[in-house]
Design a protein. Sequence first.
Length: 218
Amino acid sequence: MDILLISASPRKARSGTWALAKHVVRGLGPQARVETVHLRDLKIGFCTHCEACHVACMRCPVKDDVHDLLEKILAADGIILAAPNYINQVPAALKAVLDRSSHFIHCKRLSGKYLCAVVTSGSGTKDGLILDYLRHYANICGAQFSGGVTACARAVQKKAAEAVRFGARFSRDISQRRRYPAQIRAIRGAMAHFANIVGMRKDHWRGEYAYWKERGWL
Ligand SMILES: Cc1cc2nc3c(=O)[nH]c(=O)nc-3n(C[C@H](O)[C@H](O)[C@H](O)COP(=O)(O)O)c2cc1C
């Protein structure tokens, strides 16, 4: 089982979110091969809305480290998004990655994968908003979201045992192909929505239209 841990804190070794995420990783078990990526180490620009990735799947004229990262996401069975709460949202570094992955949304490229989140904040409040947002992102990309662990920055260590248990559950979700019924409905809804949009834009989004056609989704 291949797991990609994306850590969005710029504080790397001093990051409480990464510290908590490492407990989740401990819980995954021996079958998990884990690769960790710190966004701080990468150069990732903003999406320019040029739509090149829709015209030819995955093509992007912004030459930076996002290309490798998106390939790593596609190669993983499970993705752990470790994000400090920045004004009740993910940090801009992670949002930039999500924006640059809009082809994943159009073509449901994360179908069959599982995402989860690790969130910390100074106050320990409103972290659920970030979990909700990342569940939405997972579902519109076709993936299921196993939930996450949250902690107040001052109390990360107190959540260690919960994080280990959560890691074990995330691992089980992946190996047993767990289905979350409400999320399956959300994924189907997103499929219907994008079938419509990709169909309407077929003359421009040729690559994505072909992708849907090849799979018999249209
Ligand atoms: C730009 C910025 C915005 C933040 N916004 C919030 C916030 O809205 N609510 C909150 O409780 N903490 C907020 N914090 C505090 C961080 O979420 C908190 O310190 C977090 O645990 C840092 O994680 P890290 O150690 O992994 O970097 C903010 C911190 C920064 C730098």
